[in-house]
Design a protein around this ligand. Structure first.
Ligand code: NAD
Length: 319
């Protein structure tokens, strides 16, 4: 079994690598070549969440699981709140093949998913990026979004406003002016990325103008919610995995309210694979419900292992 530790990941997998890996994975899912298994996610108390995301990619020869979760006390101890490790197995024999540090990979694959949705669904002339959220993941989402559209400025809102200047620094690194705004001003944005751990809707339908693309990335568990269900009823809906979107994603609330049906949600892989249309017009609101799937984790972990082997950096152990 090969071990690729967390500290090597930054030199092994770039944002571009993650984008390509996630794009290929979503397309394989749509073609029926790759399957995500049901997510296990359990509350451990005091805000801690632990679980497993797993799947099988027959075409890519990948079987595996990401184990980990959210541990809100970590930040105070100098660690990121998200902790995860990816385990890969030989799909033919079930033997473990690799153990890969999953923290940075999670950030990269999540940013890649929202960037992919922007690439495929946002208006080509999008100029204003709206960020709702300013935590650990927000910086990754902002950098990845800036790779796929020529934004001219960024506006940001966060429940904890003191966190926004740090996101402003990321925008400045990218050469983009940044302004902290009230939620009402999100109506100026052509693309909005939501990436919070909010338990109730912050962004309302009235805060979103026609023609906007939204990448809603924070809701990945039952009970989380970032946007008003009425907004989903107004939008054409896309997701990474429909089963997760309706159960643990942003759509869980609009489904429960009877405002949208499961059949209204298109897997983005179908758009990538040419099996479903993307944006249909300049005025349409498109919304990507990014719940985070196990196959994304396997894809980026596989890329890390291949690169580590090429460079002779993977340690080998007998299990
Ligand atoms: P973080 O702890 O660094 O940041 C949390 C963010 O949520 C901050 O912006 C904070 O101000 C905001 N927030 C906290 N309480 C809030 C409230 N009551 N109302 C509104 N906003 C509130 O976390 P992170 O690493 O940036 O992750 C953000 C979210 O994204 C988490 O919910 C995480 O589980 C989720 N996530 C999803 C995926 C995916 O694949 N979809 C992947 C990684 C993380």
């Amino acid at each position: 079994m090969l071990i690729v530790p967390e500290k090597l990941i930054a030199d092994l997998v770039s944002a571009e690598d993650a984008f390509a890996a996630v794009e290929a994975t979503f397309a394989a899912m749509a073609r029926g070549e790759a399957t995500n298994f049901p997510v296990v996610r359990e509350a451990l108390g005091e805000g801690r969440q632990y679980g497993f995301k797993s799947g099988l990619d027959r075409a890519g020869g990948m079987l595996g699981v990401k184990a980990g979760g959210y541990f809100p006390g970590n930040m105070a101890r100098g660690m990121t709140n998200h902790q995860s490790t990816v385990y890969l197995f030989d799909p033919e024999s079930g033997r473990p093949t690799a153990m890969v540090g999953g923290n940075l990979l999670t950030a990269l694959r999540t940013a890649a998913a929202s960037a992919l949705s922007i690439d495929r669904l946002a208006r080509p002339d999008a100029k204003v990026l709206g960020m709702v959220g300013a935590g650990h993941q927000a910086a990754f989402q902002l950098r990845a979004a800036a790779r796929v559209r020529r934004f001219e400025r960024v506006i940001g809102w966060n429940y904890h406003p003191d966190m926004l200047p740090k996101l402003g620094e990321v925008a400045a690194e990218l050469g983009l002016p940044f302004e902290a705004v009230a939620l009402e001003r999100m109506v100026e944005a052509d693309v909005i990325v939501t990436i919070t751990s909010s338990p109730a809707a912050s962004l309302l339908s009235a805060h979103v103008g026609p023609g906007t693309h939204l990448a809603c990335m924070g809701t990945d568990t039952k009970g989380k919610q970032e946007v008003e269900p009425a907004l989903l009823a107004r939008a054409r809906l896309f997701t990474d995995e429909v089963a997760q979107s309706v159960s643990i994603g942003e759509a869980q609330h609009a489904i429960a309210a009877g405002l949208v049906r499961e059949a209204d949600i298109t897997p983005i892989g179908a758009v990538i694979a040419g099996l479903a249309p993307g944006r249909l017009g300049q005025e349409e609101i498109t919304l990507f419900d990014g719940t985070g799937v196990g196959l994304q984790d396997l894809a980026v972990a596989g890329a890390a292992v291949r690169r580590a082997v090429e460079r002779g950096l993977a340690a080998s152990v007998e299990v």
